[in-house]
Design a protein around this ligand. Structure first.
Ligand SMILES: Cc1cc2nc3c(=O)[nH]c(=O)nc-3n(C[C@H](O)[C@H](O)[C@H](O)COP(=O)(O)O)c2cc1C
Length: 186
């Protein structure tokens, strides 16, 4: 049985480097790991407890929760916006965090990677995303991390899938994350 990894991309733009990284993760995964990129993240309304009640949960948020519930692990692919993660990702984490303690990501292994323009590759955003995921109840895999600097320049002429160094790093991250889904790793 393959390990299912739900992948959330924190950029909505068509030419997103982080989207390309997520696509590269799909290719880098071994036969025993299935990486699924969640497409509806931009359609999820801002989290609001008033609508997080039976019968009122927006379809896109319900879809996200269902996708998380049927996954073994979570991978966030995250740029940095103004020193932290983009709002679209934080909003997804907020929806995934409830009901607190019994949510779809409670205890789920989760890793954060991504690329940003600055030389540190979005490490502030990635640290914040790890912190938020952990508070939301996920089991953050600290060893599976990658922050790639110079996003726009490094991948101006080359898709990350054609970059051997990135492919190798993603292979390692995916297998570290998948190992954390083994029953003995919990
Ligand atoms: C609103 C906004 C804020 C940004 N803030 C930062 C930042 O704080 N640090 C950084 O390294 N890059 C920052 N950038 C640059 C992005 O990280 C860079 O454009 C990245 O490639 C965007 O991800 P994408 O290619 O997946 O869309 C910012 C970009 C935008 C649009």
């Amino acid at each position: 049985m393959s390990t299912k990894v739900l992948t959330l991309v924190g950029s909505l733009r068509a030419g997103s480097v982080n989207r390309q990284l997520a696509e590269t993760a799909v290719l880098a995964a071994g036969d025993d790991v299935e990486i699924a990129i969640f497409d509806g993240i931009g359609h999820i309304p801002f989290y609001n407890e008033d609508i997080d009640v039976e019968g009122s949960v927006p379809e896109a948020a319900a879809d996200l929760r269902a996708a998380a519930a049927s996954s073994d692990a979570i991978l966030l692919v995250c740029p940095e916006y103004n020193g932290t993660m983009p709002a679209v990702l934080k909003n997804a984490i907020d929806w995934l965090s409830r009901p607190f303690g019994t949510s779809a990501i409670s205890g789920t292994p989760a890793a954060v990677i991504g690329s940003a323009f600055g030389q540190f590759g979005g490490v502030w955003a990635h640290d914040d995303a790890r912190k938020s995921l952990g508070i939301a109840g996920a089991r953050v895999v600290e060893d599976a991390r990658l922050s790639i600097g110079g996003s726009v320049t490094r991948f101006a002429e080359i898709h990350p899938k054609d970059d051997d160094e990135i492919m190798g790093q993603l292979r390692d991250i995916i297998s570290t994350l998948a190992e954390e889904t083994a029953p003995s790793a919990a």
